[in-house]
Design a protein around this ligand. Structure first.
Ligand code: CTP
Ligand code: MG
Length: 230
């Protein structure tokens, strides 16, 4: 496969977009669902491509929808589209294989975080370029968090001050991400930093963005529409 390479940037961005979006309810795969008339994936890729550091974008599309996704993104940005897998982890692994050799910085960014701003992409890439092997954007946790048993009994209250909610894009020195995926069990990690942590690699936090919210349920789609208008 030939990747589309933008000469200006040294960063490869993988966009897992192969999920079905069960929690969003019946309809098209989540990345193809519309937000103000445009698919979530279009919003996501447009913002990624607006970051000047980005040199190549690899999208993991719902299997069977590769030509559709190629057509959809043609007017948005030059992208390489690969078929995704049955889990997010597999989709990321598939996209990672399509990254051209010269890219040493790889970001992974969920299509479901469709409104993550270009500045966040840049900040994560900058932190990797500055020498951190793994970088994640985080926000403080606002709710009180309790540990609860299967029978709905409260077991305890967790110290919120040490907790962070984790977003994407997550950034990695390429070799670190490749090694983490190679060593990963066939389980389904919900983020890539989790795989890297298991390798004993230090993960650095940078400030996240409210606009990088993950669109999971219909409520989130409504919030995202408001953000687009603001
Ligand atoms: N993803 C993927 N391949 C999969 C599953 C998920 O590329 N087999 C992607 C989704 O498209 C999304 C990101 O991983 O951009 C985060 O996943 P999530 O928000 O859970 O999306 P879905 O799996 O589509 O949603 P749900 O879990 O509600 O079905
Ligand atoms: Mg999912």
């Amino acid at each position: 496969m030939t990747a589309h390479i933008h000469p200006r940037g040294d960063v490869a961005v993988l966009v897992p977009a192969a999920g079905s979006g069960v929690r969003l309810g019946p309809g098209a795969p989540k990345a193809l669902r519309l937000l103000r008339g445009e698919p979530l994936l279009v919003h996501a890729v447009r913002r990624v491509a607006a970051c000047p550091a980005v040199g190549v974008i690899v999208v993991a599309a719902p299997p069977g929808q590769v030509p559709t996704v190629q057509r959809l993104l043609e007017p948005v940005a030059p992208v390489t589209v690969v078929p995704g897998g049955t889990t997010r982890q597999r989709s990321v692994a598939a996209a990672l294989e399509a990254v051209p050799d010269q890219f040493d910085i790889v970001l992974v960014h969920d299509a479901a975080r469709a409104l993550a701003p270009p500045a966040l992409v840049a900040a994560v890439a900058d932190a990797v370029r500055a020498g951190h092997d793994a970088v994640i954007p985080v926000l403080p946790v606002v709710d009180t968090i309790k540990e609860v048993s299967a029978s709905a009994e409260v077991l305890g209250t967790v110290d919120r001050s040490v907790l962070r909610a984790v977003q994407t894009p997550q950034g990695f020195r390429r070799a670190v991400l490749v090694a983490a995926h190679a060593a990963a069990a066939a389980d389904d990690a919900s983020d890539d930093a989790g795989l890297v942590e298991k390798q004993g690699v230090r993960v650095r936090c940078v400030p996240g963005s409210d606009h990088a919210l993950k669109i999971t349920r219909p409520f989130d789609l409504a919030v995202a529409e408001l953000l687009l208008d603001s």
